[in-house]
Design a protein around this ligand. Sequence first.
Ligand code: FES
Length: 104
Amino acid sequence: MEKIKIATIEEVEQKKQVVKRFLGKTYVIRKDGDGYIVLEYMCRHQGADLTTGKEEKDIVICPRHKWKYNKNTGENFEGNGEPLKRYPIEIVGDKIFIILGSDE
Ligand code: FES
């Protein structure tokens, strides 16, 4: 397991959404109720970067083949049903860390 700092609480609070790219992947960090959520923002079909997709309310539409996801929860409701990968996080002070598993 690996722990990587992905954002600060201040960044997320100010911007509502923070996008980070590392290890060849795109991650989105958002508020989630009283906490925060980190989603791997890559389509579960063929890996398109969803930050380039069209957004309609709570939905993001993949720019390649139009699979649809709930941009807040990662739920996939037009596609194969596989949700966006959600990562466990740890908050230390004002820093948000993503916990990467051994499969990363
Ligand atoms: S890559 Fe997203 S629907 Fe095909």
